[in-house]
Design a protein around this ligand. Structure first.
Ligand code: NAD
Ligand code: ZN
Length: 350
């Protein structure tokens, strides 16, 4: 598949397929390349990456990094700037990010700032990166304990999603990516929601191509309307007010992001039901779907009013005594609401 992500008068292609990295040779010119790759991916998919290197005749520097949140730092960014400068990279040079969201966000951040912007291609290797983080142009590093505090918007030249990478993904990472796909379903695609429900029964026969394609279409459509996250794009935060609170209270150590989002989806549905917006039947459908997924339970210590309160206030979508939250009106339709902090807290405490 090829999807064209349109942003105002520009557009870039997203390729989705099996073993499709050879497209790369058609996308790049002869300029030098820095490949930033997740060391785990490098080991697990050595053949793929050796072939890739054979394919391109450019001068190539490969940098292997550990994919953890410490890697998304100014310090690592500086190391990449150093390699770029040492290799006399110019703004027509290329950065290739091969890995999950950590590698993509960091490499994107460097590509967006080195000489005010170089060429960038994302080759996402986690489900989360293929359906979410490689699309939409948000790039960032963490700073002083705050996630994504320093960042920018920078659209890549292209994204190549090679579904075969997902074969080696651990179950928890798969579930984590799936959460964002379920999010898209609840947000605006009822058919996708039920498709995932059917897929969950088949366990090891995921139709990733369809999941990734649908997700990319949905996300690029929303981003096209609001590149810089000033309005419509907020819809993509469905479940995330809750998820960020859960992640914050557990200091980002207990839940994978997607697991917190999965809980966040249930909690937003609960809140919406409490407020008389979502019908009980729809709430049950959402709960049933998420019950069929192995999720870490919410630890008892999280249910602390003050702790949750302070983390909800950290959420940037606050507006006086009210929080801006996205609520499902039914599966496939959501809207932005202003909700009292008490209502939000109540759902979390229950
Ligand atoms: P990640 O990059 O940390 O990858 C998760 C784990 O999977 C790592 O251990 C990694 O080594 C491993 N891995 C990667 N590819 C693999 C493969 N093919 N086989 C086996 N293991 C593999 O995490 P992620 O979940 O991809 O991304 C999370 C990051 O993305 C967070 O930092 C988050 O802030 C960011 N994010 C950004 C956006 C955005 O719009 N830019 C959106 C959502 C999330
Ligand atoms: Zn998310």
């Amino acid at each position: 598949f090829k999807i064209n992500a349109k942003i105002k008068d520009r557009s870039y292609p997203i390729y989705i397929g099996n073993d499709n990295l050879d497209i790369l040779s058609k996308l790049i010119d002869k300029s030098p390349i820095i490949i930033v790759v997740d060391e785990k991916v490098f080991k697990l998919h050595k053949n793929k990456l050796t072939n890739l290197k054979k394919l391109i005749k450019n001068k190539v520097e490969i940098i292997e990094l550990t994919a953890d949140e410490q890697t998304k730092s100014l310090k690592k960014a500086e190391e990449l700037y150093h390699v770029a400068a040492k290799n006399n990279m110019t703004r027509s040079s290329w950065f290739l990010a091969i890995g999950g969201g950590v590698i993509g966000d960091l490499t994107g951040m460097v590509a967006s700032t080195y000489m005010r912007g170089t060429n960038l291609i994302h080759i996402p290797t986690t489900l989360l990166a293929q359906v979410d983080s490689s699309i939409g142009g948000k790039v960032a590093v963490n700073y002083e304990g705050y996630k994504n505090l320093i960042g920018s918007f920078y659209q890549p030249n292209a994204v190549i999603a090679d579904i075969d990478f997902l074969e080696t993904l651990p179950k928890r990472e798969l579930v984590s990516g799936l959460a964002e796909v379920i999010k898209y379903g609840i947000l605006c695609d009822r058919e996708l929601f039920y498709f995932i429900k059917d897929q969950l029964l088949l366990e090891n026969q995921w139709n990733f191509k369809k999941l990734v394609k649908k997700s990319c279409e949905i996300k690029t459509n929303i981003v096209a309307k609001d590149e810089f996250d000033k309005g419509t794009r907020m819809l993509l935060n469905l479940g995330h007010t809750f998820a960020h609170a859960l992640e914050g209270v557990t200091e980002y150590r207990y839940f994978k992001h997607g697991e917190a989002v999965m809980w966040g989806l249930v909690l937003s549905a609960n809140l919406s039901y409490n407020l008389g917006i979502l019908a009980e039947k729809e709430l049950i459908e959402i709960k049933n779907l998420l019950n069929s997924i192995d999720l870490p339970k919410i630890p008892q210590y999280v249910k602390d009013k003050n702790l949750l309160f302070s983390h909800l206030l950290h959420d940037k979508k606050k507006n006086g005594n009210k929080l801006t939250v996205i609520l499902p009106e039914k599966i496939g339709e959501c809207r932005i609401y202003q909700c009292s902090l008490d209502e939000v807290l109540k759902v979390l405490l229950e």
